[in-house]
Write a protein that binds this ligand. Structure first.
Ligand code: BTN
Length: 262
């Protein structure tokens, strides 16, 4: 028996008047929900739609990484959003999605154990709980759709190499009964609310909301060939790094790896 029940999810979203997550397309198996969402977005599917799969055979992470997507265990979802933003303003949407994941996860584990690792990961007890892959469809200077792909580790208790020591799940951290339908509804509600706030009040508002959750702040990092210490996130969503040469640089995107050897 699966704990993702599309009919129950749709009913809950309607009952709570949540638009994000509807229409809901549930797939028993697919290669990647981001690919499904992107194709549907090109064909004009409505804003808010979500593609959820029980298993992904080619789940994708950022920078060509695979996303571990075993059957029946975790949440694999891609939302189609149409915020009508200039392309340059889409990268901070991964922070908005990160906040939504933290909101949903904090129903099961204390928020003090959750962090957002700029720009697209959610950490629990220092390990990766969720990953976010934001991809845009561009129409001229603006994005016609933004696909927000989110993978949340829910039930998996043993991860394969090479992620065995760096990944975690809600099941490994919480005694609470876990139900993917319930987590998904919470995620939709929060994403809707966080997106509304982001669009109304701007990136700086989102950055303020995650200041206490910043995993990298104060840690040594290496990003795009630069080594230094993370200094927090600037009001425009960029990562601030104080380099070893004493200069402060900002990064709009990139993979910030922790730690460096002097
Ligand atoms: C990352 O951490 O690099 C991002 C991982 C994103 C994984 C999700 S799972 C649902 C959606 N479909 C995909 O193929 N990828 C995203």
């Amino acid at each position: 028996m699966t704990d993702f029940d599309p009919a129950r999810v749709e009913a809950a979203l309607r009952a709570e008047s949540i638009g994000v997550g509807l229409p809901l397309v549930f797939l028993r198996e697919t290669e990647s929900t981001n690919d499904d969402a992107k194709k549907a977005a090109r064909e004009g599917i409505a804003a808010g739609s979500a593609f959820v799969a029980d298993v992904q055979t080619r789940g994708r992470g950022r920078r060509g990484h695979a996303w571990h997507s075993p059957a029946g265990e975790n949440l694999y979802v891609s939302f189609v959003l149409r915020p009508n933003l200039p392309v340059a303003e889409t990268p901070p949407l991964s922070l908005v999605a990160g906040l939504a994941v933290v909101d949903a996860a904090s129903r099961f584990v204390p928020i003090e154990r959750l962090r957002i690792k700029w720009p697209n990961d959610v950490y629990l007890d220092g390990r990766k709980l969720a990953g976010i892959l934001v991809e845009g469809l561009v129409a001229g200077e603006r994005s016609s759709a933004v696909i927000v792909g989110i993978g949340v580790n829910v039930h998996t208790r043993a991860f394969p190499d090479p992620i065995a020591d760096i990944a975690t799940s809600l099941a490994l951290a919480s005694e609470a009964p876990l139900d993917r339908s319930e987590i998904f509804v919470a995620l939709c509600a929060s994403l809707e609310c966080r997106m509304r706030e982001h669009l109304a009040h701007g990136v700086a508002h989102t950055v303020r909301a995650l200041a206490q959750l910043d995993y990298l702040a104060g840690k040594p990092v290496r990003i795009e060939g630069t080594e230094g210490v993370a200094q927090g996130i600037a009001p425009d969503g960029k990562l601030l790094v104080r380099t070893n040469a004493g200069e402060t640089r900002s990064f709009i995107a990139g993979e910030a790896t922790l730690g460096w050897i002097r």
